[in-house]
Design a protein around this ligand. Sequence first.
Ligand code: ZN
Ligand code: ZN
Length: 224
Amino acid sequence: MPGVKYGTCPTCHSSRKPDYQRCYPCQEAHWLLGGDVPAVLPITYSIERSQVHYALRNYKDNFDVAVRIQFRNQLAGLLSLFMTSHQQCLAPFDVVTCLPSRKERTAAAEIVTMLKRFESIYQPVLTVGGGTTHTASADRFEASPSVEGRRVLIIDDTFTTGASVFSATSALRAAGALVENVLVIGRHVNPFKYQLSADLVEAAKDLKWAEHECVLCRTSESLF
Ligand SMILES: [Zn+2]
Ligand SMILES: [Zn+2]
């Protein structure tokens, strides 16, 4: 992002250390995926304690079902708005999927399946494998053989280290799918915990979120 003196990670758009090409989790993903990391498209930053962060937490964790529904609807609205403006910015896809959890249905899938445009192409093609959950790994998920030769878009709610979506990318590709993009609603940034994140939030504080620009098509600094 222009104007941020130390630069941002070209993969996940968060902060990175000045002397490194990308942030450490994305570097690990780079190794796991043989240098072919999918482009991560955050719709917005999810800054700790911000409104977006609150919505992303509460749509799945709030004890009150009415509150969960309210935030889920808001997030689905944001995703829908983004797709209307930026579907053409994404690589073509014929399957949309979300990450599985140990519950029957994942939280992100609850948002994604609310959108009419995904009705006929959403497929839960990933299952939980046996791998580690802390870092990106090839065996954390397994993908259905049905994805062979399909172009798959992964959508998740929050991107923190990317370990889940990069593990999913690895599993889908092992099953023969093409994965070029990962779309996430919020790229989590915690300025209360990390100085680099605090610097990023400070540098971006005057930039406005703009509906007509995404990380792939932006021409100005107005995105974040
Ligand atoms: Zn990164
Ligand atoms: Zn765009």
